[in-house]
Ligand binder design. Structure first.
Ligand code: AR6
Length: 177
């Protein structure tokens, strides 16, 4: 499912964030220590290899809403942008902190002149953010930023489950052409 937001193409796919070889950067739904873990962080660290954790050490810890950039090592991408989502019900205001993750990631991508980027659904796994509310924040934030993006031309949302994918498809369909 693809949708154009000005000069930026938004796309939702069902799949694994570590298997997106055609994008320059993938986003990690990180933990504060930027270490391996469950979900996306575990998958990214496994696929990138131990050099990623080694490189992350100098950047940790990060705060909710913050994003930092590293190389992607053995992943088929150039960069990983590690964003720490809010723990739902704990890090507040969670809607602002979740929007900050998407905004700060895109700011870093622009600084590196990155053309294409893939996001997982940050905070919607172990951190417990209700999926539909998180989807609205993700899409609203990138659509708000789209007119100001000079380098990023392709934003992919990689959803793990089919129900999650359906939520993105429905929301993207609802956007005006
Ligand atoms: N590719 C794409 N999406 C995935 C993948 C994958 N390989 N694996 C899971 N998801 P989570 P969070 C989906 O828990 O909520 C970690 O343990 C998943 O279904 O990875 O931000 C870290 O160490 C869900 O929709 O991230 C942190 O401590 C979404 O990705 C903590 O979890 C995010 O799930 C971060 O929690």
């Amino acid at each position: 499912m693809k949708k154009q937001a000005g000069e930026v193409q938004l796309e939702a796919v069902q799949g694994d964030i570590t298997k997106q070889p055609d994008v320059t950067a993938v986003v990690n739904a990180a933990n504060a220590q930027l270490m391996s873990g469950g979900g996306v962080a575990g998958a990214i660290h496994r696929a990138a290899g131990p050099a990623l954790a080694e490189d992350c050490r100098r950047l940790a810890p990060i705060r909710p809403g913050e994003a930092v950039l590293t190389e992607a090592f053995d992943l088929p991408n150039k960069y990983v942008i590690h964003a720490l989502g809010p723990v739902y019900g704990m890090d507040k205001p969670e809607n602002v902190l979740l929007a900050d993750c998407y905004r700060n990631t895109l700011i870093l991508a622009e600084e590196q002149k990155i053309d294409s980027i893939a996001f997982p659904a940050i905070s919607t796994g172990a951190f417990g953010y209700p999926f539909e509310a998180a989807t609205d924040i993700a899409l609203q934030t990138v659509i708000e930023m789209a007119p100001d993006l000079k380098y990023v031309r392709h934003i992919r949302f990689v959803l793990y489950g089919d129900i999650d994918f359906d939520v993105y498809v429905e929301r993207l369909r609802m956007l005006k052409d």
